[in-house]
Every structure is written in C-alpha cells, then in structure tokens.
Design a protein around this ligand. Structure first.
Ligand SMILES: Nc1ncnc2c1ncn2[C@@H]1O[C@H](COP(=O)(O)OP(=O)(O)O)[C@@H](O)[C@H]1O
Ligand SMILES: [Mg+2]
Length: 430
C-alpha cells in the first residue's frame, strides 16, 4: 500500500463515498480505509471506528453515513467521489416495513410467517447490494433471516455455479462476506441458468423445500422470513423462470430494481385483475446512481476471485491442502450433458434420450486436470442432481498410470463422499 496515496473524505449526513479498486497484480493494490470520526456503514454493515478495513482489487463500494463522518483512505482508488443522492433512506424504509411485518408474526399460529422477499431486476441494478442492506438492517434489529442466493453468475455466498442458503443472525462481515456462516450449497455448475433450465428449476424446488424445513423448525426464521437474490436474466425464458421462482418459493414481496416494464409485467402476471387481496406485493424501487456496470471481463475476473477466495481464504489467507484420490475411490458425474446430440445426427424416427436432469457417470481422464469438482453429499447416484454439496476440490493432476488424481481442497483429510460432480468450472491459476 502506497502511503503517498492517502486521502481524507469528510461526508455530510446522508452522503456516500463511492469508489472502485481495480483488479491489480499484487496484494499491494488493495485499499485501506479507516473511519476516524462519526458513523458509517457499507451496504448496511456498521463500520467500527479506527479499525483498518482492507478492500482488494475488484471492490466497488459505497460507504454511507446517516450522521456524517470522516474517512481516511490509503491506496489507489478509481472513480472515487462523494454522492448526496443515495436511495438509502428508501431502502431503510422498506426494511422498517418488513420489520413491522415480522413483529406481527404470531408464533402460536403455524401459518403465520414473516415476509418472503425476492429481489429482481436486470444485471447491475444493485440487487446483491440491496440483499445485503436488507439482511443487515434486519439483523441489526435482532431479527434472523434466511438468505437464498439463486444467482449462479455473481452469487455472494459460495463459488460461481452454485445456489446457496445462509442462515443469518448477525450483520455480514465486511471483509469476510458470507464465508463465516456455514451455508447449504447446491451445485448447478454453470454461470447462467439457461445452460440447463430444467436442472436449475429442480434445484430451486429443493431450495424451496429446505427454506420451508428451516422455517418450520426455527421460530426465529419463521418470524424473520427470507431474502432471495436472483440473477439479472429477465427477458424471454428468463422472465418465465423468474415468475416460476416467485411461485415456487411462495414469495410475498417482490422488489424490482428500477424497471417499470418488469414491474408492470409482474403485476399483470402475478396479480390478476379482480384479485383484490392478492397475497403478493410488487414494489418498484429506485436504482442507486452508484451501481456500477461491470464488463464481461470484470465479471470473469470476479468469478475467478471467488474461486481463489474459496481455496485460499479471504483476509485470513488459509492455505489449501493437497489430497490424492485413487480412481476407484471416487466416481465423477455430470448432470445432463451440455452437448446435446443434434436431431439430424440421430437415426430417422429416433428420439434423443437426453434427460437434462439425470446424472451420468463419466470416465476419469487427463482432461479433468484444472477442473473444479463439487463433492456431493448424495448417498446414491439418483440424489446427485439435487443434493447439497460438502464443498469443492480443484484437480491439480491426473496420473493415468498410477490411476490417481491429485486435488486441492480447502480442508485436509479425506473427502466425505465419493461422488464428484463436473460441470464447466475450471481454475487456471495465473
Ligand atoms: N451505491 C453504490 N456505490 C458504488 N458502488 C455500488 C453501489 N451500489 C452497488 N455498487 C456496486 O456496483 C456493482 C453492481 O451492484 P450489484 O448489487 O452487485 O448489482 P446486481 O446484483 O444487480 O448485478 C457491485 O460491484 C456493487 O458493489
Ligand atoms: Mg447480483
């Protein structure tokens, strides 16, 4: 960190400092921030005074203050500026309204439950940021919530290609993110649901079941409800998928990030006319002017960063462990097959027996090298498509003579189950 690049910002009440940190080549490119006076928060998590916070390359953030503050920033930021028109108070009002609904839950009545909120909108409209804000405001008021992140491209909880559920009862750690809660993670394996919509929907159904189970067994989550984050695919089949998710998860509040057309289409399709007291409300929220558009390359780099963090740890820099696995200790599967036989390649009159939700075992070959495999909790083959995963391993070597693969994993010891799932993820460490 270069001491020469030190800036002090003084913010008035209800202003925010927005800044970005470029993806650099070394850790020295990160930025250090210290709150020297007043109070401030990052997407709803309060910042402690005089504690250094380190933001790595790829960070795009806003530090908001309700009462005014002074911040000291060391390191190179891009596009740093102070903005005074943040929609934070509107987001705060929404969270107050949700909290009132939580207070009205009657835990003696098994049908009474807290708000089930889903956030949707196009890519880069602030959905993930609003999810964090709503989670943080709820937990700051001592409510517990279930957070389901269904975004397989830029999810917050686990590595790309996953859908996860986290049980949250304290604000999200600014530097560690969700890595401190032990989430339930489901492996889809691709960065966009369109790669295999039937399988994606199957996992969403499983997520819905698990949310119900957790709600049933924990009064605190029945009261707190859900916050559900989605991906930005809202056109055509993406819109159909969104409405099916809203129904599958029995959502009560849909928050739409600044999109009139999407808001109106959802009202048309989910609140049919004549249905006076519909049990679903659809609210359009203002998109923050600070939300940054991310390029395809930036998205690719941040997915890589998520994978690197998974294996190497975040601020605490855990190191990963190398494990050798005999070919006959494990079985590798794919769900469906992303290479579908073209109709013309089949004999006339014959149908493709391709089922996109079926697991298929694949041989262990040298090309598995550098792939990321999910370690399934499935006990039998048929459970593979919907069972949660224990974690991930990264293949670092395939020895066809010794019939052995070497993998790295974030924790030492044996892997818990023998079924591994392959999809499209790989990691080439640069
Ligand atoms: N008010 C803000 N100021 C600066 N950056 C922001 C602000 N709100 C969001 N961002 C950043 O903009 C990017 C896109 O926001 P995000 O919430 O991830 O959008 P979405 O989930 O809709 O794609 C993220 O890197 C996020 O940290
Ligand atoms: Mg997002």
């Amino acid at each position: 960190m270069n001491e020469e690049n030190k800036n002090t910002y003084t913010l008035k009440p209800e202003e925010e400092l927005r800044f970005e940190v470029d993806f650099g080549r070394s850790e020295n490119d990160s930025v250090k921030m210290i709150l020297t006076q007043g109070t401030a928060e990052i997407f709803g998590t309060e910042i402690s005074q005089m504690k250094p916070y380190i933001f790595p390359g790829g960070s795009k953030l806003a530090i908001y203050t309700f009462s005014g503050c002074t911040l000291e920033m060391t390191g190179v930021t891009t596009n740093a500026y102070v903005a005074s028109e943040a929609p934070m108070s509107a987001y705060y009002d929404i969270s107050e309204q949700l909290e009132k609904e939580r207070e009205q839950v009657n835990l003696q009545n098994p049908n009474s439950c807290g708000p089930r909120v889903l956030i949707c909108g196009a890519a880069d409209t602030g959905k993930s940021s609003l999810s964090k804000i709503l989670i943080n405001y709820a937990t700051r008021l001592k409510s517990s919530v279930l957070f389901a992140d269904l975004d397989v491209g830029q999810g917050e909880i686990s590595i790309p290609g996953t859908l996860s559920i986290a049980t949250v009862n304290t604000p999200i750690d600014i530097m560690e993110g969700f890595s401190l809660c032990s989430p339930l993670t489901y492996f889809f394996g691709y960065n966009s649901p369109d790669k295999n919509i039937p399988h994606y929907k199957m996992i969403v159904e499983r997520v819905a079941e698990m949310l119900e189970v957790k709600t049933k067994h924990n009064p605190e989550f029945r009261r707190g409800g859900y916050i559900v984050n989605t991906c930005g695919w809202i056109e055509g089949a993406g819109y159909q998928l969104l409405t099916s998710i809203i129904q599958t998860l029995k959502i009560s509040h849909v928050l739409v990030m600044g999109d009139d057309r999407l808001t109106n289409n959802l009202k048309r399709d989910l609140q049919p006319t004549g249905q006076e007291n519909s049990n679903i409300t659809i609210t359009r929220l203002q998109k923050s002017g600070g939300v940054v558009n991310r390029s395809t390359n930036f998205r690719r780099l941040s997915r890589m960063q998520k994978i690197r963090e998974y294996f190497n740890g975040t601020a605490t820099k855990l190191s990963y462990h190398s494990i050798r696995l005999k070919f006959d200790e494990v079985q590798v599967f794919r769900v469906g097959n992303n290479i579908q036989a073209p109709a013309g390649a089949l004999p006339i009159g014959e149908q493709s027996n391709f089922d996109p939700t079926q697991p298929r075992e694949i041989p262990i070959v040298a090309t598995l090298n550098s792939k990321i495999l999910a370690v399934s909790h499935a006990n039998v083959e048929s459970e593979i498509p919907v069972k949660n995963v224990a974690g991930f391993v990264h293949v670092t070597g395939v020895d066809m003579d010794k019939r052995e693969i070497t993998v790295s994993a974030p924790s030492p010891g044996k892997i818990p189950k023998k079924f591994l799932i392959l999809a499209s993820l790989e990691w080439l460490e640069d």
